[in-house]
Ligand binder design. Structure first.
Ligand SMILES: [Ca+2]
Length: 300
């Protein structure tokens, strides 16, 4: 076999999307970015109609290695005086330990500053937790301010998989030490197997192979658009956005979407204590380039 032929054969055998992200870059407003090279990647799951296994092409992009935090959202609000949907409405939806499975209640005064209402913990006391009570519109507004946007479903899944074709980034068996979900038979009681009742500080669990934290659990992450496989009624795509990765509220017996294949749906203007987001930037985003366009109030 000639050396040239051997080299061609080797190239043909390399899997799609073999290029891997290099070192992280510092992005604006404290975001640490993983740069994903353009290429063809495998997403979805075999014999799974809502998200079938297929090859997708994505252009290069950078994605935050963590969910957007209370501190990062606070910087946005300080600079812009932005009011979230929950603040305008005066209510947010809350689920607490002791409530029945699937039960959520509408709480007056529950918004990103007080995700569980006036009687609950204040976001200001948990700056490194993911911001919640964020609607899709709120998430998009933050992304625009910081010079980014919400990920597409393909972008989210490519980065969350980091080359894995399994149900979880680490394999096919769930491991409660690797993600913050709801552990226990029901929402009446949480066994705290993963150490956290509600949200956890971002980066509390091991990252995936490309260095992304909390791709599963902690908060549901908005993605732009709604796949056609999930549109049950005409016009739903105008009202709903997709959400990925599950959250602290997700349990085996309720929302079991804490995996790489399931795609949830969330109301664009809904505000819940388990909804947050992760930002995507152009591949060239860097601290230097982006900070010049940010308001002066942005912290270093
Ligand atoms: Ca938990």
């Amino acid at each position: 076999m000639s050396a040239r032929f051997s080299a061609l054969l080797l190239l043909a055998l390399l899997p799609a999307g073999a290029a891997e992200p290099t070192a992280k870059k510092e992005g604006p407003n404290g975001h640490r970015l993983v740069c994903v090279p353009d290429g063809e990647y495998t997403v979805g799951a075999a014999d799974y109609a809502p998200n079938p296994r297929r090859s997708v092409k994505v252009a290069a992009y950078s994605i935050a290695d963590a969910e957007t935090t209370n501190a990062q959202f606070a910087a946005f609000v300080k600079a812009t005086a932005y009011q979230t949907d929950a603040e305008k409405r005066g209510t947010g939806k809350v689920s607490l330990e002791g409530m029945a499975d699937w039960a959520w209640k509408t709480v007056k005064g529950a918004d990103w500053r007080q995700p569980f209402g006036p009687d609950g913990a204040a976001a200001a006391d948990h700056p490194d937790h993911p911001v919640t009570q964020i609607s899709g519109a709120d998430a998009a507004a933050y992304c625009a301010w910081v010079g980014g946007r919400l990920p597409t479903n393909d972008e989210w899944e490519v980065a969350a998989r980091a080359g894995a074709s399994t149900l979880y980034p680490w394999g096919n068996a769930f491991d409660s030490k690797r993600a913050n979900i709801w552990t226990g038979g029901s929402h009446r009681r949480n066994t705290l197997e993963d150490g956290f009742l509600y949200t956890s500080p971002v980066r509390s669990f091991p990252p995936n192979a490309w260095g992304l934290y909390d791709v599963l659990g902690n908060v549901f992450e908005y993605c732009a658009g709604l796949p056609s496989t999930l549109i049950a009624r005409e016009g739903q795509e105008r009202r709903l956005l997709s959400g990925r990765g599950g959250s602290w509220w997700c349990s085996e017996g309720t929302c079991s979407a804490f995996n790489l294949r399931d795609i949830g749906t969330m109301d664009k203007h809904g505000s819940l204590a388990n909804q947050g987001f992760r930002v995507v930037f152009a591949p060239t985003a860097s601290t230097h380039e982006k900070r010049r366009s940010l308001p002066k109030e942005t912290p270093p």
